[in-house]
Design a protein around this ligand. Structure first.
Ligand code: APR
Length: 311
């Protein structure tokens, strides 16, 4: 059985653990700094196993050394948004947490693949890469899948069709400047640009961009976790089972799409080595410009971290 460690046993982390267990994808270790939380969540999930019929190992600990020999480390440690906050407002607090967590991953699980979830995640993925010194393909951020499944849900609602018959592609940073691509989003294989008015598509794009804030607005004390966790579990499955699926993820670009030295959401092939390949879609000038604007927003936040002396 493969081993996955989830750092941060909060809402997202514990939901990831449950999805992975339900699909028997790996043995799961939950780690947190709050004593009792990872142990309690892991034990509770383990006790559901006789009915839910999973026989993976589920353990919780505050001792980071339990992540040794992990194939994948999912990082969800940090604080989540509250109403009125942008993902970038989390920067100072989460950067310090991610730096210290990354040092521990480098020490205990140097051969693992990191999936970054903590926001602002394109920047946190960059920080983890710089702190661990891992190979570029071994650090990947979760965002595009989440943004795409939100987009798909809204398209399915609009047409009254099953979400299963929809596809979507969302590129860019995981923020208000993300770039949904209607030309590459379909219902039963037909691009939505042939099925919907521009006005309706624009409404869905806007709702997708604000999808995280919509949930924060309802929850008030935290941010979304079921859909983010489902997206993470999909990524873990692709890596652990070497699925080589093409999914939008935040990956380090070395000139692809004309972007250099940043994590930005693009379609990647995910497999046992992490980011096996970056897929370059043909973009029309308007889409390319939107992607570059989104990348600049990510770069600005990285510069803030540099000013703070964290990178
Ligand atoms: N090491 C390990 N765990 C930590 C650390 C640390 N240094 N610092 C904080 N944590 C833990 C907290 O104790 C908490 O249990 O991270 C957990 C975060 O859980 P929640 O507050 O429930 O937040 P969650 O909704 O899971 O979101 C986590 O993911 O989607 C992003 O924006 C979101 O950045 C946020 C992150």
């Amino acid at each position: 059985m493969r081993k996955v460690t989830i750092i941060g046993a909060g809402n997202v982390g514990s939901s990831v653990a449950l999805y992975l267990a339900e699909h028997k994808i790996a043995d799961i270790y939950l780690v947190d700094v709050v004593a009792g939380l990872p142990e309690g969540k892991a034990l509770d999930a383990e006790e559901a196993a006789p009915i839910r019929r999973y026989d993976v190992e589920l353990r919780g600990s505050t001792d980071f050394s339990c992540m040794v020999e992990s194939d994948v480390v999912v990082i969800t440690a940090g604080i989540a948004r509250r109403p009125g906050m942008s993902r970038d407002d989390l920067l100072n607090t989460n950067a310090k947490i991610i730096k210290s967590v990354s040092e521990k991953v480098a020490a205990y699980a140097p051969n693992s693949i990191i999936i970054m979830v903590t926001n602002p995640l394109d920047v946190m993925a960059y920080l983890a890469l710089k702190t661990t010194g891992f190979a570029l393909k071994k650090v990947v951020g979760m965002a595009g899948i989440l943004d795409s499944i939100r987009f798909r849900s809204f398209v399915a609602q609009k047409f009254g069709v099953s979400v299963i018959d929809t596809t979507a592609m969302v590129l860019g940073g995981h923020g208000d400047s993300m770039v949904p691509l209607p030309r590459y989003s379909t219902v039963a294989g037909i691009p939505i640009t042939e099925l919907m008015s521009k006005d309706d598509i624009d409404k869905i794009i806007e709702r997708t961009r604000k999808g995280g804030a919509e949930i924060v607005g309802y929850l008030k004390t935290g941010s979304a976790y079921y859909a983010p966790a489902a997206a993470v579990a999909k990524m873990v499955e692709c890596i652990v089972r070497d699925k080589r699926r093409i999914l939008p993820c935040s990956a380090y670009l070395k000139g692809e799409y004309g972007i250099e030295g940043l994590f930005v959401g693009v379609p990647v092939m995910l497999g046992k080595n992490g980011v096996e390949k970056i897929v370059e879609l043909e973009l029309i000038p308007e889409e390319r410009e939107a992607l570059h604007t989104s990348a600049s927003a990510v770069r600005t936040v990285i510069e803030k971290l540099e000013d703070l002396g964290i990178i």
